[in-house]
Design a protein around this ligand. Structure first.
Ligand code: ADP
Ligand code: GN1
Ligand code: MG
Length: 369
């Protein structure tokens, strides 16, 4: 979806959350693929101080039950705010009726969050401290979520990281060839379908209960962290928080935080595993969650990066074949470029498999069960 094609009417939402307040500025913010995000600056009272907020229009095509994601966010917010910590999750703000969701006359669904000041997100890890900080922050998040009961959280998108579901979607997209793009991407489709059989292990282990269902983030892309100076200080984009596996969070963070290039690098041949970023992230992440991981989880962490890169690759490819109906795209082949980067990253991960496994084992060996 091209954001420019849609006129975004936010006045009504601003009035609902900040009745009568002066709007100093409102500008699109960040580079998420799903929601419409704005940084909003408000003057609290005439001549008074300025405050910034994040205003978001939730993508209800993707999140069919926005009330569910708000309920999850509030649960987390309450749980986390009980402690004073140096990493936070942003708090939601109620509108003039005390509601956390506002629906405008066009059916747009909006929410407001506190703006975490003086921070920025990164799209690419370029220095070891960034990988270390990212691992520490997502590991902190996993640790804080470990006492929570996944049954008490809504599944924001059913079967979100279920491989068999994503493969079915790809196969349907191939069959329908809705956008008539299949011919030009046959070899990419073949690459992904050839690997379909070998990656089902994590789903089997999750289905059988051998790998525990936990409350996890489910979207640990590196730009879903906020950094202040040299520290990761907030975990954001909580829409998908809910039942899942630690492997999803670990794998997706490696996919985006230990790749030499961005997810949509036009020259996909540049996509490869950055060993120092992998090692720094892995050691920091596992240092946070090490003792909470079960023996069975410890055995299979090494499969997570390929699995998650594979899942994202087939999602981008299916969206390309479907005519770009899910992710925001900036140009015609954007989703294909993304899928090719995932393909190249999988090849790179496969070539470093035993080295990665050694780092994981060594990191986990610091924790005696
Ligand atoms: P999407 O689901 O579309 O990815 P996000 O919730 O990740 O939306 O927000 C998009 C971007 O907006 C983030 O990558 C980040 O740069 C910025 N952002 C989101 N929430 C905040 C916040 N509370 N404070 C500061 N920046 C934020
Ligand atoms: C989306 O919302 P954002 O941009 O952080 C997507 C993730 C993908 C990611 C790929 C709800 O994340 O699952 O990994 O794009 N989120 C949803 O960049 O589909
Ligand atoms: Mg995001």
């Amino acid at each position: 979806m091209d954001m420019n094609r849609r006129q975004i009417e936010y006045e009504e939402a601003i009035e609902a959350f900040f009745p009568g307040r002066e709007v100093i500025s409102i500008i699109p913010h960040g580079s998420g693929h799903i929601n419409d995000t704005f940084k909003l600056e408000i003057r609290q009272e005439t001549g008074g101080a300025r405050s910034c907020f994040i205003l978001q229009r939730i993508n209800t095509g993707v999140f069919k039950n926005p009330a569910g994601i708000i309920a999850n966010h509030i649960k987390l917010q309450q749980e986390f705010s009980a402690r004073l910590e140096d990493i936070v999750v942003p708090a939601l703000l109620p509108d003039r009726n005390g509601e956390y969701l506002f629906t405008d006359q066009q059916g747009g669904v909006w929410r407001v969050m506190e703006f975490i000041p003086g921070t920025h997100s990164i799209e690419l890890v370029e220095e070891p401290w960034q990988a270390r900080q990212a691992g520490n922050a997502f590991g902190w998040f996993a640790g804080r979520c470990s006492p929570l009961d996944p049954a008490e959280f809504e599944e924001a998108i059913p079967d979100f990281h279920r491989l068999s579901f994503r493969l079915r979607q790809l196969r349907e997209a191939v069959e329908n060839d809705h956008a008539k793009r299949l011919e030009q991407v046959r070899e990419v489709v073949d690459f992904f379908l050839q690997r379909a059989g070998s990656l089902g292990r994590i789903e089997e282990l999750t289905n059988s209960g051998e790998i525990p269902l936990r409350v996890v983030h489910n979207d640990t892309k590196i730009n879903n962290l906020l950094f202040r100076e040299r520290k990761a200080v907030a975990v954001i984009d909580l829409d998908t928080v809910g039942p899942g596996s630690l492997f999803y969070d670990y794998g997706d963070a490696i996919r985006t935080g230990a790749n030499a290039v961005m997810e949509d690098e036009p020259d996909h041949r540049k996509s490869s595993l950055v060993p120092w970023a992998f090692e720094a992230y892995t050691r920091a992440y596992l240092a946070q969650i090490g003792s909470a991981a079960t023996p069975r989880e410890r055995e299979f962490f090494h499969l997570a990066p390929v699995l998650m890169t594979y899942i994202m690759g087939i999602r981008f490819l299916a969206d390309y074949l479907n005519g770009d109906v899910y992710y925001k795209t900036a140009y015609a082949d954007h989703n294909l470029v993304r899928a090719r980067v995932q393909l190249a990253f999988i090849e790179s991960l496969e070539s470093r498999a035993s080295w990665m496994q050694d780092i994981i084992t060594d990191s986990l060996n610091h924790f005696i069960l």
